[in-house]
Design a binder for this molecule. Structure first.
Ligand code: F6P
Length: 496
């Protein structure tokens, strides 16, 4: 490995493979289900690229290896770094701050020190494996300092950064004691990609306010500094998506369709199955959803004999205090609702605190009449797109928070403000009572939109912008979309 060099390097906090340890102690690797790896796989293969990241467990030092054709370069984190860099600064400082301080952000100087040190290690590792003039694509809020660190070490590289979560308004962002360092870190990239047009606006505003640089969307003019020459950076929205075709194919498989029927039967064949699918995170608005649902039961607008809510809440960041509290709060609420409204044979909420394989998720989507996405703030929300991709039967109603990035594209959903509980309740009732013709019309429009921007389109568009920003040299030789395709098309919701 010592002198292995790659023309394309992806850097993300988590690797695209999970380490599975069998009962006999032997370890193997399984590709993680996320869309990112599916999106980047073709480019990775074409260019024989490498992926730098952490395996998700502390204190495990591993040599680089190849997994189904992908070159994997693992980076080890100590137990102390997991606590300070990952659980602390990434998930208890940046995460709440960038999600509009739904819970307070915690600022600790030792967490920041760890964030700087770990970002430097990621940058060093990427610099060590990137070939001369290589393209390096850095992902997400855990690694915002990497672009500048990498540029200082390797000015020959083409560097992209994509933020998977929102970028907050300046009034909130300005709380961060290290606000200038983070902005400077990001501006080390040639292209800074964000989910929504509003995120890109927030980022450019922060650049103007903190550094006084000239911005003319999508360009930011970065003047010469002591250590770097003057450059032009692009900051713009690239809404991420899923592998639509693969997901639809899965949902069309006879086994998944049979499983969907079985799920409905196991639920007692209610008239309406509602579904929520989230990481157990306070940004997802699970409590707001449960409140609306229990009030509808209480008021008799919904009846437990006719309706059930399946809530999948996959475990997440379980050692972080706010996540522990959230779990207690949600489980208490679910217990109360079931105690108050359940009958023998009819459970109001089917609460599942685990993750499920993709096949089971596709079956759940097919089995559900109403999908509830009530995020208080969400970069994109790929669950909403998965639901739409799975519904090849052109049925099902998507209730979607306007605070999720997906709301910009999925305008034929029933868009809601999750803080407005009465509005949310009315939207749920509208979904439950919606005639088949309107369900079909809305779902068709949603499916068209999701198909137009799948994850392949997203990654090709980003890489195209990166290649244009670096002088138009298509260094990757990949099949990239022309930039013109990036323009935002807003689809009109059908008249109810
Ligand atoms: O996009 C949001 C994100 O934080 C990713 O960076 C991350 O891989 C995923 O959600 C799950 O979070 P975690 O890696 O903390 O389990």
């Amino acid at each position: 490995m010592a002198d292995e060099r790659f023309a394309f390097v992806v850097v993300s906090n988590r690797l695209p493979v999970d380490r599975v340890v069998a009962e006999d102690g032997s370890a193997s690797w399984k590709q993680s289900p996320g869309g990112l790896v599916t999106a980047l796989e073709p480019v990775m293969r074409q260019t024989e690229g490498a992926w730098v990241g952490w395996i998700g467990q502390p204190e495990i030092i591993l040599e680089p290896f190849t997994h189904s054709g992908l070159r994997i370069v693992p980076l080890a984190l100590s137990a102390d770094e997991v606590e300070h860099f990952y659980e602390g600064f990434s998930n208890d400082t940046i995460w709440p701050l960038y999600h509009d301080v739904i819970v307070p952000a915690t600022y600790h100087r030792e967490w920041w020190d760890s964030y700087v040190a770990v970002n430097q290690r990621f940058a060093d590792q990427a610099a060590a494996v990137a070939d001369i003039g290589a393209t390096v694509w850095v992902h997400d809020y855990q690694l915002q300092l990497v672009p500048r660190m990498l540029r200082l070490a390797r000015p020959d590289l083409v560097i992209g950064f994509f933020n998977h979560i929102p970028f907050p308004a300046y009034g909130l962002y300005s709380q961060l004691p290290w606000r200038t360092q983070i902005i400077e870190g990001l501006l080390g990239a040639d292209v800074v990609g964000l989910q929504r047009v509003s995120d890109a606006g927030n980022f450019s505003r922060a650049v103007r306010r903190l550094l006084g640089y000239t911005t003319r969307s999508p360009y930011i003019e970065v003047p010469r500094t002591d250590d770097l020459p003057a450059r032009r950076v692009i900051a713009r929205a690239f809404p991420i998506s899923i592998d639509v075709e693969a997901f639809e194919e899965l949902a069309r498989s006879p086994a998944v369709q049979a499983r969907a029927d079985q799920i409905r039967a196991e639920l007692g064949n209610p008239k309406t199955v509602m579904l929520g699918v989230d990481r157990l995170d306070y940004t997802k608005g699970i409590g707001h959803r449960l409140k609306a649902f229990s009030e509808l039961l209480d008021e008799g607008r919904l009846n437990v004999a006719d309706v059930t809510l399946v809530q999948v809440a996959s475990p997440s960041r379980e050692r972080v205090e706010t996540y522990k509290h959230l779990r207690d709060e949600i489980e208490l609420t679910v217990g109360r609702i079931n105690g108050d409204f359940g009958t023998i044979g009819h459970q109001a909420v089917n609460y599942l605190h685990h993750g499920f394989p993709r096949e089971e998720m596709a079956a759940l989507y097919l089995a559900s009449d109403v999908m509830l996405v009530t995020a208080l703030r969400d970069g994109m929300n790929l669950v909403a797109k998965e639901y739409v991709a799975a519904r090849h039967d052109e049925d099902g109603v998507l209730v979607l928070s306007e605070f999720a990035g997906a709301a910009d594209e999925l305008r034929s959903s029933l868009r809601i403000n999750p803080h407005d509980i009465d509005g949310l309740k009315d939207a749920i009732m509208q979904a439950v009572d919606m005639p088949r013709a309107e369900r079909r019309k809305r779902m068709r429009a949603l499916r068209k939109r999701v198909r137009e921007n799948d994850v392949g389109h997203w990654s090709r568009s980003f890489l195209r912008a990166l290649s244009d920003a670096s002088g138009g040299i298509d260094r990757l030789g990949a099949d990239l979309d022309p930039l013109g395709d990036l323009e935002w098309t807003v689809e009109r919701p059908p008249k109810p």
